[in-house]
Structures are given as C-alpha cells and as structure tokens.
Ligand binder design. Structure first.
Ligand SMILES: [Zn+2]
Ligand SMILES: [Zn+2]
Ligand SMILES: [Zn+2]
Length: 100
C-alpha cells in the first residue's frame, strides 16, 4: 500500500481538490447532489443539481459535481468543467476587470 502522506503522492491526490476549490474562488458553484437538511428537501446543488433536475441540471462529469478526479493530470483540461461553470468563471473574471 502506498503511503498517502508521502509528500508527492499526497500532493498528486490533492490536485483535483485544489482545482475544485480554486474554481470556487472564480465563482463556480458546487452542483453535486447532497441533502443539507434532515427532511431531505434542500439539495446543496439546488437548481443546478442533475439528480434533482435531470433535464436542466449541469453535467455530472464537471469537477464542481464530482469534487474529486483521480489522475487529473491526464484528463482533458477542456472538459474538466461544464459549460455553465466555465461561463460563471468567465463572468466573474470579466467583472473583476470592469471594476478597476
Ligand atoms: Zn465545492
Ligand atoms: Zn440534488
Ligand atoms: Zn459545472
């Protein structure tokens, strides 16, 4: 068994997590399915959740849905995020420049 706390292995396994959290900084929202209350009426992903909204929800392969991708370094960088999350991040960055 590999030791996950060996620094390079730990870093490698954390990369997708860091990319996910960085994307939040740029305005991309979580859209994975997770009940946030005991009654199971409120989903974390809200309108964007594909499980709750199969027709209109965002792609489940998006990093903001899975939160974690093994071997992210070999994934196609152009398909890590769904179109909507990419638009959210573009809007956010555009706003940053507009206010300066
Ligand atoms: Zn998140
Ligand atoms: Zn949901
Ligand atoms: Zn997304």
């Amino acid at each position: 068994m590999q030791n996950i706390f060996e620094s390079n292995i730990y870093f490698k396994s954390m990369v997708s997590c860091l990319v996910h959290e960085m994307a939040h900084i740029y305005g991309a929202p979580d859209h994975y399915h997770e009940w946030t209350n005991e009654e199971k009426t409120i989903c974390r992903g809200g309108e964007r959740c594909k499980t709750c909204h199969p027709d209109t929800g965002r792609s489940e392969s998006c990093l903001m849905n899975v939160g974690w991708i093994d071997n992210i370094e070999v994934e196609n960088k152009n398909t890590l995020f769904c179109e909507e999350c990419i638009e959210d991040m573009k809007e956010y960055v555009a706003k940053c420049y507009k206010n300066k």
